[in-house]
Design a protein around this ligand. Structure first.
Ligand SMILES: Cc1cc2nc3c(=O)[nH]c(=O)nc-3n(C[C@H](O)[C@H](O)[C@H](O)COP(=O)(O)OP(=O)(O)OC[C@H]3O[C@@H](n4cnc5c(N)ncnc54)[C@H](O)[C@@H]3O)c2cc1C
Length: 409
């Protein structure tokens, strides 16, 4: 009998969780499995604030897919342009014909949303893409290491903006030179979380500009809707995300965030399942949309994979039971705030727990290889040196990088 060929589109949190769930099926020869990714690495996005601050190296936050996806599974590095559902297929950049599969798990994630604000694409760095992050880190290290480097503005009061501001401030200790701009701080979370974050950011010397939204980003400033101008040397745009544009380009039914409308089993069409940030998933218990988080993606990936297997075996797919264990927000290296199983938590132990969860994910995906890089860093840190040569050079005041006055685009 011919083996069913399953294709996973995307190697992020949902895609790799689907891959790990399907991998045991390869041993028995029940399926053929291909993972398609635009990049050669799995990016640990929740650790991006640490990377930007110079606390983590590229080896720690980018897990090479070559170490993760092993034969007989196949890894294809290719850019997906569109998803087709009848028959299940991917339209790939440069390929003459669509790649047809017996079943698809689509997990293409999200992209930063500029909300149409003038000057964002030209003058700010949007959080999400690896190449941008690498350039941004260099620029931040140079700007914040120099006394004359100017201020760094972070636009966005959600957990991404808060974590980036806190990590930068905690690492660089440059009071007043990191500015966080947002109408509200952590608006969707309980008030006490916002208050704890606010106090921690203030203690770390972050200037908070709250109560108004950014209306324009210029090369040397962020201009607020009310007209106030916040001068800065670099702007980081962390104001929100929308689903990967491949969803709309594929003419799928999408919500206002561009996420594909799936049913309670994550099914888009026969033998096509969509999961993670690019899927509009409703929490069956609350009736509310599931927020785009790594936690949700890690649940949805295996659920989508299991339902696809069920359908291929002629069984009914099962509705997903979303379980939220809570959330944790880092406020620098020594503090974090959040909620676990409905209990409020805050403090240094919580920061350590968040790191542990992130390390566990890295280990699950990348195995000992991923742990090795972290172990090297913690050994280096105990000995009082940075594991990343770029950061070490800055810390020792060696040839600071030239400060480019024009923010990178
Ligand atoms: C700075 C930051 C901090 C965060 N912190 C947290 C946190 O603390 N906790 C939490 O739960 N969540 C956090 N998140 C959110 C979390 O990272 C996302 O919700 C999660 O990554 C979504 O997983 P995903 O698999 O849907 O998408 P992703 O992980 O983004 O993966 C998408 C995959 O698709 C690939 N891809 C995209 N387009 C194409 C294409 N056209 N062709 C081929 N491949 C393509 C990408 O290369 C990638 O492999 C954070 C996000 C950011 C940006």
């Amino acid at each position: 009998m011919r083996r069913a060929h399953i294709v996973i589109a995307g190697a992020g949190y949902a895609g790799l969780a689907a891959y790990l769930a399907l991998r045991p099926r390869l041993d028995g020869g029940a399926i053929d499995l291909t993972l398609v990714s635009a990049t050669d690495a799995h990016l640990l996005l929740p650790e991006l604030p640490l990377y930007l601050a110079g606390q983590e190296s590229e080896h720690e936050i980018r897990l090479q897919l070559g170490h993760v996806v092993r034969p007989p599974a196949r890894l294809h590095r290719a850019r997906i342009l569109r998803v087709r559902s009848d028959p299940p297929a991917l339209v790939i950049q440069g390929a003459v014909d669509p790649w047809v599969a017996d079943g698809l798990v689509v997990a293409l994630g999200s992209v930063p949303d500029d909300f149409g604000v003038k000057g964002v694409r030209e003058h700010a760095t949007l959080i999400g893409r690896w190449d941008d992050a690498r350039d941004l880190r260099r620029r931040l290290l140079a700007t914040l290491a120099s006394r004359h480097g100017g201020r760094v503005a972070i636009v966005g009061g959600g957990f991404t903006g808060v974590e980036i501001a806190a990590e930068l401030a905690d690492t660089h200790r440059v009071p007043g030179r990191i500015v966080l701009i947002a109408p509200h701080l952590l608006a969707d979370l309980p008030e006490r979380v916002g208050q704890t974050a606010r106090s921690a950011l203030e203690r770390l010397g972050v200037e908070l500009v709250l109560g108004d939204r950014a209306a324009e980003v210029r090369a040397d400033a962020v201009v607020l809707a009310g007209g106030r101008r916040i001068p800065c040397a670099a702007t980081i745009w962390a104001a929100g995300v929308r689903a990967n544009p491949v969803m709309t380009d594929s003419h799928l039914a999408v919500n206002r965030r561009g996420q594909a409308e799936v049913d309670a089993t994550l099914r888009l069409a026969p033998r096509v399942y969509v999961c993670g940030d690019c899927a509009a998933v409703t929490d069956a218990r609350t009736g509310r949309p599931v927020a785009p988080t790594a936690q949700a993606a890690l649940q949805q990936g295996p659920a989508a994979a299991a339902n696809l297997l069920r359908e291929l075996a002629g069984k009914e797919p099962q509705p997903l039971q979303t379980r939220s264990l809570g959330f944790l927000i880092s406020l620098g290296r020594e503090e974090a705030v959040g909620s676990i199983l409905g209990h409020s938590v805050a403090g240094g132990d919580v920061a350590a727990l968040k790191r542990l969860i992130e390390t566990y994910h890295a280990f699950q995906v990348g195995g000992l290889h991923a742990l090795g890089a972290r172990l090297l860093r913690s050994t280096g840190a105990r000995r009082g040196r940075a594991s990343d040569p770029e950061v070490a050079a800055h810390a020792q005041g060696e040839s600071p990088m030239p400060v480019d006055p024009a923010p990178q685009t």
